[in-house]
Design a binder for this molecule. Structure first.
Ligand code: SAM
Length: 286
């Protein structure tokens, strides 16, 4: 996969030389290129921003500078620049769709991503409009309901989440299967390592039993219980048809019942929102 990042702070992306993503770059699994937006300015001060039309606080990033940069890195006609398939433009913004593992999985199938990191009050809205109108796929994505100073941290988040899904990046692909937010739609069970006793706390006996089926069942129960305690929205999204009788009993023990083919908190009126109960790890692991 090729990823181009355009930013006014290229050094911010240096963290992508580290750890598994850095290794993937060195192994040629990820061709990551970081560009300084100011290289596409045409004035002595290398200006990338100007005052907002309509007035108000802050500065807005100029569309002409972004247009020259993006035409160069992604190809003006949606042909992917150099020679590859059309690039997918990712624009981090707090007003975008919230980035999830599903987005990471979809983006991991692309051959060429271009990430446009905004600063100040953001990028002139015509940039996204123009690239959509010229046949590019454009995703405006937020990494959460808060506001950062720039898109670089969001780019790091997305590139790491996508990069670890590329074949060969994570040493043991099995470790991706049961993770939180995977295909099962659950949070991961709690994990333990040596020593078996620490700070007066014992590793659950079942994990030392060597009994594979019991370990699997315990982990599944913990994943269900943890998800029920911390993320009722994820329990609601489960398809009861994918759960076995034991799964349903675990959820029933936490107040979840199947009604009209979907999971609901017993006592909730259909369609009524409910308060998350903020369960803790201690409350989950019985
Ligand atoms: N004025 C914008 C608003 O209220 O929506 C916020 C601009 S923010 C200060 C500057 C840049 O930071 C954005 O253009 C975007 O690139 C990035 N950014 C800030 N928060 C973000 C978030 N939650 N997710 C993704 N990118 C974010």
């Amino acid at each position: 996969m090729r990823v181009d990042v355009v930013t006014i702070f290229p050094d911010y992306l240096a963290a992508l030389d580290l750890s598994l993503v850095g290794k993937a770059r060195r192994a040629g699994l990820l061709d990551l290129r970081v560009h300084d937006l100011r290289d596409w300015t045409s004035d002595r001060h290398r200006t990338v921003d100007d005052t907002p039309f309509g007035g108000g606080a802050g500065m807005v990033m100029r569309p002409d500078v972004w247009g020259r940069a993006l035409d160069d890195v992604m190809g003006a006609t949606g042909d992917g620049g150099d020679d590859g398939p059309p690039a997918h433009l990712v624009v981090p913004t707090p007003s975008g769709e919230v980035f999830t593992q599903r987005h990471a999985e979809a983006l991991a199938t692309e051959e060429h991503l271009v990430v446009a990191c905004g600063r100040y009050e953001g990028i002139d809205a015509r940039v996204v409009e123009h690239y959509r109108a010229t046949g590019h796929r454009v995703s405006e994505l937020s990494i959460g309901d808060y506001v950062l100073n720039g898109g670089e941290v969001a780019a790091l988040v997305m590139i790491e989440a996508v990069g670890r899904l590329l074949p060969g990046v994570v040493g043991n692909p099995e470790s991706l299967v049961e993770e939180s937010h995977g295909a099962a739609g659950l949070l991961e069970y709690p994990v333990y390592t040596k020593p078996p006793a620490w700070a007066g706390l014992e590793v659950p006996e079942v994990l030392l039993s060597g009994h594979h089926a019991r370990v699997e069942r315990w982990r599944r129960d913990q994943a269900l219980a943890r998800t029920a305690a911390r993320r009722p929205d994820m329990v609601e999204a489960l398809d009861p048809g994918t759960l076995d009788r034991h799964d349903l009993e675990v959820l029933a023990g936490r107040g979840w019942v199947v009604e009209d083919g979907r999971l609901r908190r017993s006592g909730d009126e259909p369609g009524e929102p409910h308060e998350p109960d903020g369960g803790t790890a201690a409350a989950v692991a019985e």
